[in-house]
Design a protein around this ligand. Structure first.
Ligand SMILES: Cc1cc2nc3c(=O)[nH]c(=O)nc-3n(C[C@H](O)[C@H](O)[C@H](O)COP(=O)(O)OP(=O)(O)OC[C@H]3O[C@@H](n4cnc5c(N)ncnc54)[C@H](O)[C@@H]3O)c2cc1C
Length: 313
């Protein structure tokens, strides 16, 4: 494990080497800033079988391939990508201190690009089902590819209804799955019914089969088949470092940011999924460009102020 104690402080430390963090590092390196990136290698982008809405890839690209390309782009600027978890982040007077298993690192600015972790139903073979696109996690990403299919949505009623209504635009067959009739309110049933969305109560199990899934019913009635399951169960937002450093988050844990992706703690930025916005690669790229440029300008202004002070005596 690399030891950072006594290592030279960097202009910027980026936590997370998903699409957002890597894009920020490219911008910062091209602004001639010293950057270090920490990563634990378990981001959301790795789960993408193939994205078709990422600008510039008309034939689509898998999440893994996109990350390989972004890493290549970062490494062309000799920027360090360190496989290590940032355990703690502290704001000191002049800089931030980042603590990892490998040591302690100081940086003038920090960009958090730590992402979120999707909650998903406990299905045997879940990972394979996501790769096969029978289980999906993001209708904004791939509802287009589910158009006309038999779609089911699983999740707490508020989230499931919202997602089912979104998906109804793409398919005449959309249903909401539930374990117990009592879990779905009368209002939800009325709204769903008016939109032509079925509700399948008393679902016992979901079993990936062929190019779809079997929905096993608890009352012993025959299993029903669907093509695609959307898990609409929310996510765990990886904002502990921000919260620990005093940054404001919303009730779901998303980090609140301003127009340049700066958090409520000066010098601390949050980009990509972990920031309150639309969880999309293109949004992460946009955040990265805004944050990196703001940091670069702030560092330049800091240098100019120091020069003036030195000249003044
Ligand atoms: C199945 C699936 C399909 C999707 N399809 C699409 C699509 O078609 N189009 C689209 O735009 N989006 C899609 N998305 C969403 C997309 O994956 C995310 O919007 C994108 O990955 C967010 O990038 P990010 O850099 O913010 O976070 P992530 O990609 O999640 O990366 C976060 C990184 O931070 C690291 N990390 C976290 N905490 C720490 C720590 N303490 N120390 C060090 N490292 C840390 C993690 O290891 C990870 O590498 C999809 C998501 C899923 C799950």
């Amino acid at each position: 494990m690399q030891n950072f104690i006594g290592d030279q402080a960097r202009d910027v430390a980026v936590v997370g080497a998903g699409p957002a963090g890597l894009a920020a590092a490219v911008y910062l390196a091209r602004f001639l800033r010293s950057v270090i990136i920490f990563d634990t290698g378990d981001g959301r982008a790795k789960l993408i079988p193939k994205t078709y809405n990422c600008p510039g890839f008309p034939d689509g690209i898998s999440g893994e391939d996109l990350l390989v390309r972004l890493r290549e782009q970062v490494k062309a600027y000799a920027t360090d990508i360190v496989q290590d978890k940032v355990e703690r982040l502290e704001r000191t007077e002049e800089a931030f201190t980042l603590t990892t298993a490998g040591g302690v690192m100081r940086a003038s600015y920090v960009v958090l690009a730590t992402g979120v972790i999707d909650k998903a139903p406990t299905i045997v073979g879940l990972r394979e089902a996501i790769a096969a696109r029978t289980v999906r996690l993001c209708p904004v990403c791939d509802a287009y590819e589910a158009a006309g299919h038999r779609i089911a949505v699983a999740g707490p009623e508020r989230l499931a209804l919202k997602e089912a209504l979104f998906l109804r635009h793409y398919s005449p067959f959309v249903c909401i799955l539930s374990n117990r009739p009592a879990d779905i309110s009368q209002t939800t049933r009325l709204v769903a019914g008016a939109a032509g969305i079925e509700i399948w109560d008393i679902v016992d199990d979901l079993v990936p089969r062929g190019s779809g899934l079997d929905v096993v019913m608890a009352d012993g009635s025959p299993s029903r088949q669907i093509d695609v399951l959307y898990a609409s169960m929310g996510c765990d937002v990886r904002s502990e470092l921000a919260a620990g450093a005093g940054a404001h988050c919303d009730e779901d844990g998303y980090i609140l940011v301003g127009p340049h992706s700066e958090t409520s703690v000066q010098g601390l930025y949050a980009i990509g999924d972990v920031a309150k916005a639309l969880n999309q690669i293109a949004v992460g790229f946009g955040h990265a460009a805004l944050a990196a440029t703001h940091i670069h300008n702030a560092l330049s202004a800091r240098r100019d102020r120091a020069t003036l002070r030195a000249e003044a005596g």
